[in-house]
Design a protein around this ligand. Structure first.
Ligand code: NZQ
Ligand code: ZN
Length: 387
C-alpha cells in the first residue's frame, strides 16, 4: 500500500427535505450569492422555489446564472466569472448535477484569477484561490459534489479538459434522494455507469497490497449493481435511490483510491468523445470501458480474474483464466446494456471519421492511463474495439 493523505472536507447533508437547510448552510459564507443551475429541471420540479425561499429567509442577496448545459461550456463560465467580479460575490451555490457543479467550480476559481479561466485547463496556470461553493445535488453521477475536480468544454476546438485543486471541493453538499425521483431512466443509467467507472478507474491499479480498498470498491460496485434495476423499474423507491446516491459520492470522494494509483485512461478517452460529439459522459463510458478492458487485461490477468469473480460472481476456471476474465468483461457489458446504455459507438451513430483526431488530441499532453500507458496508436485500437 502506498502512503496517502485522505482529506475530504465536504460536509455531506443527506436525507429527506434537507434542501430546506440551504439558507442556513450558505449564510455562513456571506450574503451575496451566485445561484447557478442548468436548463430548467430545477424549476420544473419546484426545487428552485424552495431554494430561493430558504436563501431569502436568511437574508441572502441572490444573483442568478442558469443555462448550464451537459458538458458545460467555458463561455458560460466566463460569464459567471464576470458576474462574480462585478458584484463582489461571496459564495456560489450549484443546484443540479455534475455539469452545474463543475461550471460553479470553474467560476469559483476564475473569480479569484486575473487571467482567462481556461488557463487552468490547458496547464498555463495553477489554481491558488477560489470562492467557496455549496451544492444541492439532483443527480447521482459525476461525484463532483465532493470531488476536487472540474471538467469544462471549450467550444473553440471542442476540447474537454479537467483541472483540480483540493480548495475547490464544495463546502457542503445537500443530498436528498427524493430530488432524484424526476430523473429520466436514461440519465439515471448514465449516472450509474459514471459512478461505476469512477470505481473501476481506481480498481485497476498496479498496486498489489490494497485488500481493504479493493473490497470497499467491490462492495460499492455490488451495491450499485443490486440497486440499479430497482431505481429503473421503480423510480420513486426511496431506499434504492438513497443507496445509489450515496454510492455516487463514495465512488468519487477519493476514499476508494486510498493507497494506490488509479488509471483514468478510460475517462480521458471518453472526454475526447463527448468533447466532439456532445454525448452524455456516462453513455460514453459504457462504450469505452469494456473496450479498454479488452485491450489491457493481459497486463494483469489476476486482477481481472478477481474483478470477474468478486464483482460478477464468475466462477474461476483455473485451467482457463482468460475465460474467467472475458466472462467478467462480458458481464460488465451486458449490465450496461441491461440498464439502457449503448456499448458500441455505432449505437450512438459515431463512425471512424474522428478516431485519429481524437487519439491525437487525447495524447497531445502525453500518454493516458497508469495501469497501462496508452499512446496515440493505442487509442485508435481502443476506438476500433468500441465500434
Ligand atoms: O440542466 P437540467 O435541466 O438541470 O437537466 C439535467 C441535464 O440535462 C438533468 N437533470 C439533473 N438532475 C435532474 C435532471 N433531470 C430531471 N430531474 C433531476 N433531478 O440531467 C442532465 C444531465 O445533467 P449533468 O449535470 O450533465 O449530469 P452529470 O451529473 O452526469 O454530470 C456530467 C458532467 O460531469 C463531468 C462529466 O464529464 C460531464 O461533463 N464529470 C465531472 C467530474 C468531477 N467534477 O469530478 C468527474 C466525472 O468523471 C465527470 O467527468
Ligand atoms: Zn466520470
Amino acid at each position: 500500500m502506498q502512503d496517502f493523505v485522505f482529506h475530504n472536507s465536504t460536509k455531506l447533508i443527506f436525507g429527506k427535505n434537507k434542501e430546506e437547510l440551504v439558507g442556513q448552510e450558505s449564510v455562513v459564507y456571506g450574503k451575496k450569492l451566485l445561484l447557478h443551475y442548468g436548463g430548467g429541471s430545477i424549476k420544473a420540479s419546484g426545487l428552485y422555489t424552495k431554494v430561493v425561499h430558504s436563501l431569502h429567509e436568511h437574508g441572502i442577496e441572490i444573483f442568478e446564472l442558469g443555462g448550464v448545459q451537459p458538458n458545460p461550456r467555458v463561455s458560460l463560465v466566463r460569464e459567471g466569472v464576470a458576474l462574480c467580479k462585478e458584484n463582489d460575490i461571496d459564495f456560489i451555490l450549484a443546484v443540479g448535477g455534475g455539469s452545474v457543479i463543475d461550471s460553479a467550480k470553474a467560476i469559483a476559481a476564475g473569480a479569484k484569477y486575473d487571467g482567462d479561466v481556461w488557463d487552468f485547463f490547458d496547464g498555463k496556470a495553477e489554481i491558488t484561490d477560489c470562492l467557496p461553493i455549496g451544492v444541492v445535488l439532483t443527480i447521482p453521477a459525476a461525484g463532483s459534489e465532493s470531488s476536487n475536480g472540474t471538467v469544462i468544454t471549450n467550444e473553440d476546438g471542442w476540447y474537454k479538459r479537467s483541472c483540480g485543486h483540493t480548495i475547490m471541493r464544495p463546502k457542503f453538499a445537500i443530498m436528498n434522494p427524493v430530488l432524484t425521483y424526476t430523473l429520466p431512466p436514461y440519465q439515471t443509467a448514465c449516472g450509474i455507469t459514471d459512478m461505476m467507472a469512477h470505481i473501476l478507474e481506481r480498481y485497476f491499479t498496479n498496486e498489489k497490497n490494497v485488500e481493504l480498498t479493493d473490497r470497499l470498491c467491490e462492495a460499492t460496485l455490488k451495491t450499485i449493481i443490486n440497486n440499479a434495476p430497482t431505481v429503473l423499474a421503480d423510480p420513486t423507491n426511496y431506499e434504492a435511490r438513497a443507496e445509489i446516491m450515496w454510492s455516487g459520492t463514495l465512488a468519487h470522494n477519493d476514499l476508494l483510491g486510498t493507497g494506490r494509483i488509479g488509471d483514468w485512461g478510460s475517462h480521458d478517452i471518453e472526454h475526447e468523445i463527448s468533447g466532439i460529439y456532445d454525448l452524455a459522459h456516462g453513455a460514453g463510458l459504457a462504450i469505452v470501458f469494456p473496450a479498454w478492458m479488452k485491450y489491457v487485461y493481459k497486463h494483469d490477468v489476476n486482477r481481472f480474474v478477481q474483478f470477474a469473480n468478486r464483482v460478477w460472481d464468475v466462477e474461476i476456471d483455473l485451467n482457463n483464466l482468460e475465460k474467467t476474465v472475458l466472462g467478467g468483461i462480458k458481464k460488465t457489458e451486458q449490465f450496461f446494456s441491461s440498464i439502457g446504455m449503448p456499448v458500441r459507438l455505432e449505437e450512438v451513430n459515431i463512425d471512424d471519421e474522428y478516431f485519429e483526431e481524437m487519439a491525437k488530441k487525447g495524447t497531445e499532453r502525453g500518454p493516458l492511463g497508469n495501469f497501462v500507458k496508452l499512446y496515440e496508436e493505442d487509442l485508435v485500437e481502443i476506438f476500433k474495439l468500441a465500434r
